[in-house]
Design a protein around this ligand. Structure first.
Ligand SMILES: Cc1ncc(COP(=O)(O)O)c(C=O)c1O
Length: 391
């Protein structure tokens, strides 16, 4: 009856079952995985957001496969503020980065072709690829003071059916930005193997420090066909709005063909609604009050974390360059999942085990830096006392 691409394991894993059970018993939990910005106590301009969605122009239907031009101009202005000039004709609006990924995979790959994705990274890639009949080949990120792309291993994994290299900038959850010298190598691989580069920049506004070694954005890359993805879910902390985009760039001829083909893919769905497209300029503006709140929360939670880890703990944290998460390194006397289950059951603290993000070894837990200060501090105290008591 069903396609093989939907042969997922449908039963919840041990940790999810444990948390479900604790919630059923109404056990109070400190959720250090909370990364839904609409539940973290931030102040949104509620009235402005709702008014933006009630534009009378939305009463007429004027379809545009790329999304309404004023909305694409607003995206171009967002980049222009950072000194980047983009042609609105190179921008496609979508209802999520997930949809943007699907457009790109559909454009580039035949069934069975492969996309190289970083490991560890965003857990949705397997599903996005599988639903588009594409196979994912992980390439490792290695940690030595900071994370970097294991370029020699990546190169070895570029088999004949590889269609694109994907980077997440900064990566989730490792929080590292692509370096300029890494990009130069990735582009050389793309040119040599006729592959495209796909860059997910949803967290790009959340950098903790300026670093000239880093790539600023992939949206201006022209050496290889490049797709840069971003959207409102992180820029304005509005994931419920379901509005993202895709910027296409590259060598002139490839760019022209990509735009023409993408236009047909997008025209087939015309998925972004007019009220939302018309609201985009105002929704993008709300970032000016949201981002400072998020930056403040991330910085203060990191400070709390460092203050607690400073006192000779068996737990350490990995370097963070940006984004909304921190990675904790624990003694590998238990698996990540065992730590996470024990913390939930005995301490009422919910964390992500590293394997959720496909860490290649045990000993990692991932916590959200968006959690409210009191929750974060108390959760952290319980994690540290549990680990100290288990030594
Ligand atoms: C790397 C990355 N890309 C994309 C998204 C989600 O974007 P959207 O809500 O636009 O699909 C997330 C969400 O956490 C993410 O971590």
């Amino acid at each position: 009856m069903f396609s093989s691409r939907t042969n997922w394991r449908l039963t919840p894993n041990r940790l999810s079952r444990e948390i479900e059970e604790l919630r059923r018993k109404e056990r109070p939990l400190l959720d250090l995985t909370e990364s839904n910005p609409t539940r973290c106590g931030f102040v949104f301009d509620k009235q402005g957001i709702l008014e933006a969605l009630a534009n009378p122009q939305a009463l007429s239907y004027t379809p545009d496969p790329r999304g309404l031009l004023p909305a694409r101009r607003a995206v171009a202005s967002y980049y222009a503020e950072r000194g980047i000039t983009l042609d609105p004709g190179h921008i496609f609006l979508t209802t999520s980065t997930s949809e943007a990924y699907s457009y790109v995979f559909r454009l580039l790959a035949d069934p069975g072709d492969t996309i190289l994705v970083p490991q560890p990274s965003y857990p949705l890639f397997d599903f996005l690829a599988g639903l588009n009949d594409v196979r994912v080949i992980p390439y490792p990120l290695i940690y030595d003071q900071g994370w970097q792309i294991d370029l020699p291993t990546l190169e070895k994994r570029l088999e004949a059916r590889a269609r694109a290299i994907l980077v997440v900038h900064p990566n989730n959850p490792t929080k590292t930005f692509v370096r300029r010298r890494e990009l130069a190598e990735l582009l050389a691989f793309c040119q040599r193997k006729d592959m495209a580069l796909v860059a997910d920049e949803v967290f790009a506004d959340y950098s903790l420090a300026v670093d000239p070694q880093r790539v600023f954005t992939h949206a201006t890359v022209t050496e290889a066909l490049t797709f840069t993805l971003s959207g409102l879910s992180k820029i304005s902390a509005l994931p419920q709005m379901k509005l993202a985009w895709l910027v296409v760039n590259g060598p002139a001829q490839l760019l022209r063909s990509s735009l023409a083909r993408l236009e047909i893919i997008a025209d087939t769905y015309l998925s972004l609604s007019a009220p939302l497209a018309l609201a985009l300029p105002a929704l993008l503006e709300t970032r000016r009050t949201l981002q400072p709140q998020i930056r403040e929360r991330v910085a203060s939670n990191l400070q709390l974390l460092d203050a607690r880890l400073a006192v000779n703990q068996p737990v350490s944290r990995l370097g963070v360059e940006g984004g909304w998460y921190a990675v904790l390194r624990l003694p590998s006397i238990r698996t990540d999942e065992e730590w996470a289950i024990e913390l939930a059951r005995k301490d009422g603290v919910v964390v992500h085990p590293g394997h959720f993000f496909d860490f290649s070894s045990e000993g990692y837990l991932v916590v959200s830096l968006l959690a409210e200060r009191g929750v974060f501090d108390e959760g952290l105290a319980r994690i540290l006392s549990r680990v100290a008591g288990s030594q």
